[in-house]
Design a binder for this molecule. Structure first.
Ligand code: ADP
Ligand code: MG
Length: 530
């Protein structure tokens, strides 16, 4: 950015200007065109001098319109000394970055912190996510933004499933100020679980996590965008919004949910636990991956055609328990889950989903060397100082799930047992969006300390279920008055499938089918947000 040498002193030029900075510049391509540029805490205003006032342009920070990336280069030619001009350009660059943070929304009771600057960022890309274009999307839309914002980053291209999980489990995290995922939700699931498997999980999970949507399921990216109070955005617009948040570098809290499977395995989840219709659509639509996010709509229509009922038992700890007399507490017509009366599904054989065997690969191999590193300012290109892989049993150090009894014990007295066994879907979700275009929980926040439990009971017609999903695009499904849809805010839940076959997903990833329970851990992780 260059400033016009002929421009008078800013204070004289713009009497009464009370913003952060004011200056006049010429266009880099056309010396004859001059602009006045003023930066306040809420807007960057660019006005072509000697043009009509309505040609004023407000850049970024404005509200009510989708965010777009617009490049405009100015010449700073204050004096002959190029170093002085460079310093002036840098002064503007710093002021613009700082103003973007000042303008960020603040919420009562929530402390947002700023990423350390320069923020040494590891960006993990799953080249197969979405339509297989995550890397192209990164180079086409994000790379330049990060360079302009002086964010030094290292790109890591994952080579196989669980590669990112192994990598963060063993990484020297003192080298990184943020871990950013350019993929769908599945790669973040890997990263969170890799962090939680470390002996130093308490510190490791404090590493700020960022999300750049590059998959077909970009629920967290859509949710973060929504929390930033921006108008809805999809595809590249959503990507730009998340890239912008990464450049701004504000960090807020993120709830995690601890999930226990029948085989005693424990997972950490940031998005959802699904059984029935939603899980089936997610997994069955994998075969339409090449069409992108629309795969979920195609999967929904196919599954609607062969709608089925799933038998199981559901219980939960309400977020705001109302004390009730013991004989009213349990609404179930069937006996509640007890250890004396083992539930049907506790004794069901568990089916373990085969996992890709983790392939050991050298760290250097995973660093992308095809990108033109010369075009990236200050970026490091090789990961160094990786810790040797540890195999220590870290279970004792893991967080305690104080709300959960063991899976073979009855649920506690203060839990509610659902008086139904025939479901079309059960969905526990802890973000606002289940997909870019599914606004599933309008009131949800990343750190509300809640699991939002939705279930649909058997008997719902196909058109009624389709209507629910269509209404979900506008977030109006809860107001539809559908008698089969139930919504509860809970802190813990247990699901015991009775149907012998089915699919359970956690954050969109298939997990072992069988009894499963979960509890929320408020604000356990940290998220780069707007
Ligand atoms: P999408 O939203 O398109 O499904 P995800 O980020 O959810 O994208 O990734 C899909 C799956 O791919 C996840 O199970 C993730 O663990 C896995 N994965 C990550 N990296 C790779 C890779 N390099 N090759 C194959 N699968 C991978
Ligand atoms: Mg996925």
């Amino acid at each position: 950015m260059e400033k016009d040498a002929s421009a008078p002193d800013p204070s004289r030029q713009c009497n009464g200007f009370s913003g952060v900075l004011y200056g006049e510049f010429t266009d880099t391509l056309n010396d004859g065109v001059r602009y006045s540029v003023s930066l306040t805490e809420s807007a960057l205003t660019i006005q072509r001098i000697s043009s009509s006032p309505d040609r004023t342009k407000r850049r970024w920070m404005s509200t009510g319109v989708a965010r777009q990336r617009v490049e405009q280069c100015f010449r700073v030619a204050l004096v002959q000394d190029p170093l002085v001009n460079l310093r002036e350009a840098e002064r503007w660059a710093h002021a613009i970055r700082d103003a973007s943070v000042l303008q960020a929304p603040r919420r009562d009771g929530v402390t947002y912190t700023e990423l350390r600057r320069p923020c040494r960022t590891m960006i993990l890309v799953n080249p197969h996510s979405g339509r297989g274009q995550a890397l192209q999307l990164f180079t086409g839309h994000i790379q330049a933004m990060l360079t302009e914002a002086s964010v030094p980053y290292t790109l890591v291209i994952t080579e196989h499933q669980n590669h990112a999980r192994e990598l963060v489990r063993n990484a020297d995290l003192t080298q990184w100020d943020a871990l950013v995922i350019m993929s769908g939700d599945g790669l973040l699931f890997e990263v969170i679980n890799g962090l939680m498997e470390r002996e130093d999980w308490q510190q490791a999970i404090q590493t700020p996590l960022g999300m750049l949507p590059g998959g077909s399921g970009n629920a967290l990216a859509a949710s973060i965008h929504h929390y930033s109070q921006s108008p809805p955005a999809w595809n590249e617009e959503l990507l730009l919004s998340c890239g912008f948040m990464l450049c701004k570098g504000l960090v807020g809290p993120l709830d995690l949910v601890s999930v226990h499977l029948a085989s005693s395995q424990r997972l950490f989840s940031f998005l959802s636990l699904a059984w029935g219709f939603v899980a089936d659509v997610d997994i069955e639509s994998e075969k339409y991956r090449h069409v992108g996010a629309i795969r979920f709509l195609m999967g929904t229509l196919v599954r609607l055609a062969s709608l089925r009922v799933y038998q199981g038992r559901l219980a939960y700890l309400p977020a705001k328990e109302v004390p009730k007399p013991p004989n009213e507490r349990v609404k179930a017509t069937r006996p509640p889950f007890t250890s004396q009366q083992p539930s049907l599904c506790s004794s069901l054989p568990c089916h373990l989903v085969p996992r890709t065997s983790p392939k050991q690969s050298s760290v250097k191999n995973c660093v992308d060397t095809n990108l033109n590193q010369n075009s990236i300012t200050n970026s490091s290109s090789v990961i160094t100082n990786m810790r040797p892989e540890t195999h220590g049993n870290n279970k004792t150090a893991s967080p305690t799930d104080s709300l959960l009894p063991s899976l073979d014990q009855p649920v506690p007295e203060n839990w509610t047992v659902v008086n139904e066994e025939d479901f079309v879907l059960v969905l526990a979700i802890y973000q606002s969006h289940l997909a870019e275009d599914l606004w599933t929980v309008p009131g949800a926040m990343a750190d509300d300390g809640l699991i939002h439990l939705l279930y649909v009971t058997a008997g719902i017609s196909r058109p009624a279920l389709l209507r629910l999903f269509l209404a979900m695009e506008r977030g109006s499904h809860l107001a539809c008055g559908c008698p089969h849809l139930v919504y509860e805010k809970v802190r813990a839940l247990r699901l015991e499938p009775v149907s012998q076959q089915g699919m359970i997903t956690v954050d969109g990833e298939v997990v072992e089918y069988g009894p499963i329970q979960a509890q929320v851990h408020p604000r356990m992780a940290r998220l780069i947000c707007g």
